[in-house]
Design a protein around this ligand. Structure first.
Ligand SMILES: Cc1ncc(COP(=O)(O)O)c(C=O)c1O
Length: 364
């Protein structure tokens, strides 16, 4: 069976440039920081339309740094989608906060009305996730956040390269965190992440927390951590950036091949993309009531599939002890239903989706 994300085919296609990038970092002796990291941050800020891009160790670390910069305090509540990768809520807990789980809509995105119903006197902010590469409902979320004096953190781990009403993902809230995990649409060849913002104060706090709390005066003004992007990963990302626009077009074309295929099979619901959104399709996720039967057929046809995500976060044991969680969980009906019906198909630029579509058609 072909891989779910064909990273080795990607490497073979860019091998010369990637090998050169790695060798030049090794020869330079600048393994941490340096020109490759600076170039990466400059380009990332430009591509996402923000004033400051601070690279760091991973997307999870980026979320933690952003929450630190926002001043999250122990006991503060943060509203997160019940249906996302676990890191979104982990970061809240790691920084001492309490995650409150909001339901999602049929578009898999955090539901603004559910967010509003979760607000309590302890709520300080909302983490909106651009799930599967599609930007969340920022206009409505901003209205709610402004009304209640909350901040919004954009979890853009899956959405670099997407946009909403012409604005790039990563620039749609006060601050954003993103990941360059290898299987992301714009991925490194190891762990990597970044925090994006146009607010200078927040950018300075992120930079300080990522360097053990070191202030501009050289003193350690707060307790921080070490979260840095390796120069080798920055060099790889700089080389891959040149190909990203072409990869994005192929991902979007792949999505339209699947959309057309499934239009003849009404039992399979294709992703619904909001008007004004351009998705990067980090995942091509469909729902079907008869998921298990379909997955069996696809496996027989040698079509790789993945289930993202098989449970809402509020059903995960690590979040079970949070106050209100059982009530939240019971009322998040979409998150529960969708986790039983969803599955994802290969969408990356190096998977031959026309061939996969033929195989799928033959077994449906
Ligand atoms: C929505 C979301 N948030 C955060 C993360 C964490 O990123 P990383 O794996 O780089 O720590 C991921 C990674 O898969 C993600 O999908």
């Amino acid at each position: 069976m072909t891989p779910f994300v064909n990273l080795s085919a990607q490497y073979k296609a860019y091998k010369e440039e990637i090998d050169l990038a790695i060798i030049s970092v090794l020869e330079s002796g600048n393994l941490i920081g340096g020109t490759e990291v600076q170039e990466f941050e400059r380009n990332l800020a430009e591509d996402t339309g923000v004033s400051f891009a601070h690279s760091c160790a991973s997307g999870t670390s980026a979320l933690c740094l952003a929450l630190c910069a926002l001043g999250l305090k122990p006991g503060d509540e943060v509203i997160v989608p019940d249906f996302t990768f676990v890191a979104t809520a982990d970061a809240v807990v790691l920084q001492g906060g309490i995650p409150r789980f909001a339901d999602i809509g049929d578009d898999f995105l955090i539901s603004p009305s559910s967010v509003e119903s979760r607000i309590s006197p302890k709520t300080v902010g909302i983490i909106a996730v651009d799930l599967f590469g599609q930007c969340a409902h920022y206009e409505e979320l901003k209205r709610i956040a402004d009304k209640h004096g909350l901040w919004i953190l954009e979890d853009a781990a899956q959405s670099i390269g997407a946009s909403q009403n012409g604005k790039p993902a990563g620039s749609l809230a006060t601050i954003a965190a993103t990941s360059f995990y290898p299987t992301k649409p714009f991925g490194a060849y190891g762990d990597a992440g970044a925090v994006l913002t146009s607010e200078k104060d927040l950018a300075e706090r992120v930079q300080s927390f990522a360097s053990h709390g070191r202030g501009r005066n050289g003193l350690y003004t707060s307790v921080g951590t070490n979260s840095r992007l390796d120069a080798i990963q920055a060099a790889i990302l700089n080389a891959k950036r040149k190909h990203f626009a072409a990869e994005r077009s192929i991902r979007q074309k792949n999505a339209s091949i699947y959309n057309e295929l499934f239009s003849a099979f009404p039992d399979v619901h294709t992703p619904s993309i909001l008007s004004g959104n351009s998705s990067i399709y980090a995942q091509y996720a469909v729902t079907a009531k008869n998921r298990e039967i379909l997955l069996q057929k696809l496996s027989q046809a040698e079509v790789p599939t993945r289930i993202y995500y098989s449970r809402p976060l509020s059903a995960e044991p690590c979040f079970a002890h949070f106050e209100h969680t059982p009530e939240d969980a019971r009322s998040n009906v979409n998150a529960y239903r969708i986790s039983q019906e969803i599955f994802c198909l290969p969408i990356d630029a190096f998977s031959d989706v026309s061939v996969l579509a033929q195989k799928i058609k033959s077994v449906l």
